[in-house]
Design a binder for this molecule. Sequence first.
Ligand code: CAA
Length: 259
Amino acid sequence: MQSVLYQTKENIATVTISRPKALNALNAEILSELSDNFKKIQQDKNIYVVIITGAGEKSFVAGADISEMKDLNLKQAHEFGNYGNTVFRSIENSRAPVIAAINGYTLGGGLELALACDIRIASEDATFGLPEVSLGIIPGYGGTQRLPRIIGISRAKKMIYTAERINAKRALEIGLIDMLTQKSDLMETAMNLASQIASQAPISVAYAKDAINKGIQTDIDTACAIETDFFAKCFETQDQKNVMDAFLKKEKFVKFKNK
Ligand code: CAA
């Protein structure tokens, strides 16, 4: 039985972490299947947007699997953290933007997975936290690095040092999530957003993602040079020529070709 389900609809892939009995806790099998799915997505030029969600009613992901971590020694813990970070970087670097559709418990590695996504939509029952210091460890799948970049340094420090849990309303207030929905509307809201992104020029969206991700890590001069390179590369695409041509001829533009 697979622990990560993969479905596609038109140009949108949905990746569902499905281990509901353990609240979708991330074990080695799930990380490996996530990695395989994102390799497949990277090679499939027909996938323009990805949605990641968790199966069951209670959680998105309740963290890394504590039973797999308990007895690790220094070297094994290093490999454990490195593997999770590598998988999450492949999600963050995926050509197609990734939307996290979040319900219920989103703790530890679960929140770290959501932080590696481009956009986070949560339902009203979602709960967020990085409880690692309450377990004698620190966040190991990117939480100490991405949370401060997203919500600010002192807010991230407060969340991490206190191991506090926050609700979805507070997560929206501090910019940890981007949209809040009713539980019953979560997947429809995520799908609508994905469709809106998928209807844009796919190469432009991918370049915009790359420009933002690369530029945000560097100084503003280098960042603007990165933007200029991607901006220029757009002019090598058929989609740019066709849509601008149609605009100037006042013709209705039908569909981007991803070329
Ligand atoms: N690892 C392994 N198993 C987990 C788990 C996890 N992170 N979270 C939940 N489970 C399992 C439970 O052991 C339990 O299994 P059994 O039925 O076999 O006993 C099952 O999921 C259901 O969980 P609970 O009975 O505890 O459910 P609850 O509703 O009473 O509580 C909860 C829910 C508050 C989320 C609680 O399960 C919990 O605190 N889970 C751990 C959350 C956590 O600390 N996550 C961080 C992990 S560390 C990490 O992620 C490190 C990193 O950065 C890489």
